[in-house]
Design a protein around this ligand. Sequence first.
Ligand SMILES: C[S@@+](CC[C@H](N)C(=O)[O-])C[C@H]1O[C@@H](n2cnc3c(N)ncnc32)[C@H](O)[C@@H]1O
Length: 214
Amino acid sequence: MNEPRLIQGFDFLAPFYDVLVKLFFGHSILKAQTHFLSEIKNAKTVLIFGGGAGRLLIECLKINNKANYCYVDISSKMIKQTKQKTRHTSVQFIIGSYNDIPKQYFDIIITPFVLDCFRQNELTDQVVLMLKIRLGSNGKWLFSDFNYSKKSTVANIFSRITIQFLYFIFNIICGLEIIKLPDFKQAFKQNNLVRTKHQEFRNELLASSVYCNR
Ligand SMILES: C[S@@+](CC[C@H](N)C(=O)[O-])C[C@H]1O[C@@H](n2cnc3c(N)ncnc32)[C@H](O)[C@@H]1O
């Protein structure tokens, strides 16, 4: 991964990221991200990794404003946007990646449309591994991301074209150098995490799951 390019790209996108997402996907991305959000109700510690420009944090705070939140994002501009939207809250913001997560356990870990920024090897052997180490023994991991639809041939082709198009754009702007979604299920499985809940949206283009320690 070319980290400076990645940061530069997401910094560039930050001021209008939420508007762009709304324009392309309406409310469905936020719907997928928040589908299992009631799981955070009684959490004391919540990690949001790759949270973006702040829309999700606002929804989290509506459900639970007593928890200690840790918000990690590689883009300082994404964090700046988030801070502006959530001015009166005490959230620990960290500009960084999975190696910069504080050494503590979290009741909830949220990865909203960020694991698609990693290649399979890095995702399995580093990202999911490092995050799993921070998940409390009864903790829950709320995952949401894109998905290759299996609903029908048309839906499958549509999902592939959409995801290909998004990677095309993100490869240009952020230098991701990725051409297909990693196998998320495999990355969780190899790290001994089990899926307990699952829901798909938009003809299975988007998916949301809850994972727990085995
Ligand atoms: C595709 S955006 C999704 C943003 C937000 N979660 C949403 O769904 O609207 C990916 C986010 O993850 C962040 N990100 C990408 N790679 C990262 C990494 N290695 N470590 C931490 N954050 C990362 C980006 O800065 C960006 O905010």
